[in-house]
Ligand binder design. Structure first.
Ligand code: ADP
Ligand code: ZN
Length: 721
């Protein structure tokens, strides 16, 4: 029997495929013919056994196929067993140019024994290379006193080949050189206190979850680094998940600065080949700190002793395709299997995590103040109803915000302006018949974007694009009017009011070009930008010390959505973005414009009172029986017509309804009734016991196998659409 996690080549129907061994089946299912394995690729686990176990848990918990889940844990092309005998080594060469040429060294790891007589260093180099299935970075050889002359000799003997290859510059190496040198500094009193609670949990070498609730600017990163240092020294690995590395390169850069090449950073700029190399470096044990986004939770890191989930509230931890796992929750399971400390960090923890902390499942560790007694930003609300009454209903920037921005420009300080809506206008509407421009594939109106002097409508779900017509498509009246506004309009307004300001915008439209996001953020940190405008991307954990003003254009954008988490999202977004102001020595201010200035998500974000918000929100969740009071499963059924989708949803729902132990809502049309040309019906299960709900759905699906391709099941959904 090959090891769990080993790759094997097996016959499947008429085909031959490479697979990964999960475990030996307990008893043969007689409805299948069991064929023998053709070929065992690995004589030991390729995917580490604890990662295999983790993927099995994910596939069971989220009702996803084991293949799809295992694929998330494999390196790119992980199932193409490599037959080449040339191992490639990349030489790290990082200079200021965007893309460098770097030498690639390939060592032939074969018949050196019968080869020519080698010098001691040369033999050692070859021995080291042969001992590392995927080679070694060149610095690892030179550190051991192996000279480049020795490598040249090996090359000339044909045992090592060097060739040139393109290497993308590592943006995090760059970020380090730009940040001011971090001198070893003393932890603040609160940081010491937090470490006093966390270090014993690390030392216990057993499973624990701690929620590190620290206000914005309280110095959570320093705590992560000190914990990581201790864990590394005890010989265990560190895994850190972050929402999106390009948005917060500082955190990764600080780890790089502290731990050097022992850190693997899995950022989106890596090519498949680089990812593949990195996976093997981690698997081999050359790396003991891994930083990455959600999928890094499956990194083949041996013996993790510390797993950090930074900004645990961030919704990007949830994968919105199969397997629909939540990176934070998988991280907790990984910690459980490994006997590790899992630290969830946030200034605005999810209601779920905070509840677990209050119930004693997690240890709550709080940082209530910013470092060095820096005050939190002073937040004020501008009622846009009053502003509109004075200045007309097309006002974008309130007078108070314009004045505050003017002051920052005069003083040479920076401003961030947030509007969580892309585009120039929200829609166009015909003033005669009220028709709007609709997406032909989705039940959604097109958002209006401006390119040069041309206007386009774009679907934010399927990317459908068309020019805005001069006359209405329904009634031919020439009165198409733009309504609502997004970040493009804010940018135009800011440029109009402050023509000499250096302005940049960050949203999904501006960051399509690879690297542009990292570049813009680097410009902000070099103070080459006065005003940065953007969507929620600019609210994430940035640390720009000279930002002293944060403006929020329409704080209520998310509040109207048919989603029970919309209050929580609004509170998180406002608290986080206000937390970007005044992080350095200068005091910060935030101005929030809103049509609903009395809403508790807004007033409590102003006072940055997390506890008050939690207490208000949990009451609402309990009374409405929403998570964490109950667990939910969202089932979407697709069809060619709406009737088709509803009929199939009813069939599946009635099968599931035979089981008891949960409530069912629906079936009903999904809020996004049509998406990418498919019609969608939806129902929810709500109950205390996920296992009962999972089993009911599995049973229902097994009775309706023909529906399997049309049904998406989302356990613990974050989106209700
Ligand atoms: P958070 O992630 O909690 O919002 P950061 O970790 O980004 O906060 O820290 C906020 C700022 O405080 C950073 O600029 C950081 O360099 C600084 N800082 C953190 N710890 C200390 C310390 N012990 N002494 C001085 N400055 C610190
Ligand atoms: Zn569409």
């Amino acid at each position: 029997m090959p090891a769990a996690g080993a790759r094997v080549v097996v016959p499947v129907g008429p085909r031959t495929l490479t697979g990964v061994v999960l475990r030996e089946a307990a008893a043969a299912d007689t409805s299948y013919t069991i064929k023998p394995i053709k070929h065992v690729v690995d004589d030991h686990a390729f995917v580490p056994p604890d990662v295999v176990k983790l993927t099995e848990w994910v596939s069971e918990y989220y009702l996803a196929g084991p293949g799809a889940t295992l694929a998330a844990a494999l390196p790119p092309h992980g199932l193409t067993a490599r037959t080449d005998r040339f191992k490639t080594i990349r030489i790290a060469s990082l200079t200021a140019a965007g893309i460098d040429m770097a030498e690639r060294l390939s060592a032939h790891s074969g018949e050196a024994a019968e080869g020519p007589k080698l010098g001691k260093r040369q033999a050692e180099a070859l021995h080291l290379l042969k001992g590392s299935p995927d080679g070694l970075p060149v610095p690892a050889l030179t550190e051991r006193g192996i000279t480049s002359a020795a490598l040249t000799k090996l090359t000339s003997l044909g045992l090592v080949a060097i060739r040139n290859d393109r290497v993308d510059r590592d943006p995090f190496e760059h970020a380090v050189s730009q940040s001011k040198p971090e001198h070893a500094r003393d932890a603040t009193g609160e940081q010491r206190h937090a470490l006093g609670a966390l270090l014993p949990l690390v030392a216990s070498r057993s499973f624990h979850v701690a929620l590190l609730h620290g206000v914005t600017g309280s110095g959570k990163t320093e705590i992560y680094i000190r914990l990581a240092d201790t864990v590394r020294k005890s010989g265990r690995g560190v895994l850190m998940l972050v929402p999106e590395i390009a948005l917060t390169p500082q955190v990764a850069a600080l780890f790089r600065a502290r731990f050097g090449t022992a850190v693997a950073i899995q950022h989106s700029g890596l090519s498949d080949g680089e990812r593949h190399d990195q996976w093997h470096r981690i698997r081999r044990g050359d790396v003991d700190v891994v930083i990455g986004t959600r999928s890094a939770v499956f990194a083949p890191l041996a013996n993790p002793g510390l797993i950090i989930v930074d900004e645990e509230h961030d919704t990007s931890y949830k994968q919105d395709e199969t397997p629909r796992y939540h990176g934070r929750d998988v991280a907790i399971m990984r910690g459980k299997f490994a006997g590790a400390l899992v630290v969830l960090g946030s200034a605005t923890p999810t209601i779920e995590s905070y509840t677990n902390a209050l119930e004693g499942k997690y240890t709550l560790v709080s940082l209530n103040k910013r470092v060095l007694d820096r005050p939190l930003a002073n937040v004020s609300v501008v009622s846009m109803r009053e502003e509109i009454a004075e200045a007309g209903d097309d006002v974008v920037l309130s007078r108070a915000l314009v004045e505050a921005m003017r002051l920052r420009l005069e003083r040479g300080e920076q401003s961030l302006i947030l509007l969580n809506r892309r585009g120039f206008a929200t829609a166009v509407i015909c003033r005669q018949c009220s028709a709007t421009l609709e997406c032909p594939n989705c039940s959604i109106t097109l958002t209006i974007h401006k390119h040069g002097s041309n206007w386009y409508g774009r679907c934010h779900y399927c990317n459908f694009l068309k020019p805005v017509p001069k006359v209405c498509e329904k009634c031919a009246a020439p009165y198409m009017e733009r309504i609502g506004f997004g970040t493009e309009r804010v940018e135009a307004e800011v440029r109009k009011v402050f023509p000499s300001a250096r302005v940049a915008r960050v949203d999904r439209d501006t960051v399509r070009r690879k690297g542009s996001l990292v570049q813009t953020l680097a410009k902000v940190s070099r103070k080459e930008i006065d005003v940065l405008i953007g969507t929620q991307m600019i609210a994430k954990g940035h640390d720009f010390p000279d930002v002293t003003l944060v403006g929020v254009i329409s704080a209520d954008v998310g509040l109207g959505l048919a989603d029970f988490r919309s209050n929580e999202r609004t509170f998180q977004l406002l608290t986080q973005v206000a937390g970007r102001a005044g992080r350095g020595e200068l005091k910060g201010e935030a101005i929030i414009q809103s049509l609903l200035p009395k809403h508790y998500a807004i007033t409590l974000a102003c006072t940055q009172d997390y506890r008050q918000f939690y207490d208000t929100e949990i009451k609402y969740r309990r009374s409405m029986r929403y998570p964490p009071q109950v667990a939910m499963v969202n089932i979407i059924v697709r069809g060619r017509t709406f009737e088709d989708a509803m009929k199939a949803a009813r069939e599946l729902a009635s099968e599931a309804r035979n089981e008891t132990g949960f409530a069912m809502l629906g079936p009903a049309p999904a809020p996004l009734t049509k998406l990418r040309g498919e019609h969608r019906a939806q129902f929810f299960l709500k109950g205390k016991n996920r296992k009962i709900m999972r089993e009911a759905l599995q049973l229902a699906m097994s009775r309706k196998p023909s529906l399997s391709k049309r049904v998406s099941i989302d356990v613990d959904p974050l989106s209700m659409l």
